[in-house]
Ligand binder design. Sequence first.
Ligand code: FE2
Length: 382
Amino acid sequence: MNTITYPVAASPLVTLGERGLDITLGDGKTHYFNYYWLRDNCPSSFSPVTRERSFDIFHLDSAPVPARAEVEGDVLVIDWTGEDHVTRMPLGWLETYSTGNSRPDPADLPRQAWYGDHYADVPRFSQPRLLADPTTRAAWMEAMLVHGFTILTDMPDSDQGLTETAEIMGSVRPTFFGTYFDVKTHINPTNTAYTAAALELHTDTPAEEYAPGVQFLHCRANSVAGGESLYADGVAVANDFRTRDPEGFRLLSEVSIPFFCEHDTYDARSRQTVIELDQHGEVSGLTISQHMADIFDLDQKLLDEYYPAFCRFGRMLQEDRYMMRFLMNAGECMVFDNHRIVHGRAAYQATSGDRYLRGCYVDRGEMRSTYRALVSEGRFKA
Ligand SMILES: [Fe+2]
């Protein structure tokens, strides 16, 4: 039988074990770190040129074990057995990960719930300024992360105007309705949005596995009678629902229901929970659409509980205290988180004037990525 002996570290702050070491950090507490993790995340594992991980842990001949580990100043120095490599890890960096935390994320901002009286306070940004100024771009995306809804003003009256605006945030993301969509009355509508009828509160294309994240609605004309825009903050409603109806909240955030969208050339289906939670357990959004909800295929006994909760939530969503109502103006672009903000519209008289919205989507992940790149130093910037 092979007997493995583990060397005693020279530093009193470090104790070597079989699969990891204990180290006392600046908080005065002793923290455990696994050897694979220490070797894999050696600062030399990341290339400043490619900005990727260049070390491949699969190619180690044996499990990483230190021959020696000690604290020198504010750095943990590890000599590894079986390879000619020394890891120098700043203690402050170890503290960041000592309790299983994720890498700090500047885009992980607390959301601020808003209510029906929010219209005057909606963050507004002038489109030409967004194009010209990176600081304004960062402020816009921060407002999107925090409030989920912004209005852009001074939009050019052109198709290109929408494209250049969306591309500030990321790539325009097609859906089965195409890359861009035009909301006006269609002769053969494939969607209630393309009629003059009222449109109940919903999130867009829930039948996609990953519904598009950020919606742009560029108002090119709005001179019809009626057609008020309706928006509500799903975070505000779901947070209140959590307090008012904890069991209903549990059902709507844990049980997924089916959605569909079907026409001649597509048959999209997905399952989503109505209430979406983030990695902290906080409400991050909703998926809801009465016209795209499929036949609920849950156990019929579960439906005894689910349907009443679903209806309690759906009715709550329509309460006046949450509903922001306003008329869009030509030259404005509504930009909102399609997973968080439910939107709809009152009926309008199709013959009373022009109503034309042109829209597209960008994914949420791209928005976060562009925001991080604008505001943070990252790991590789000089
Ligand atoms: Fe919509």
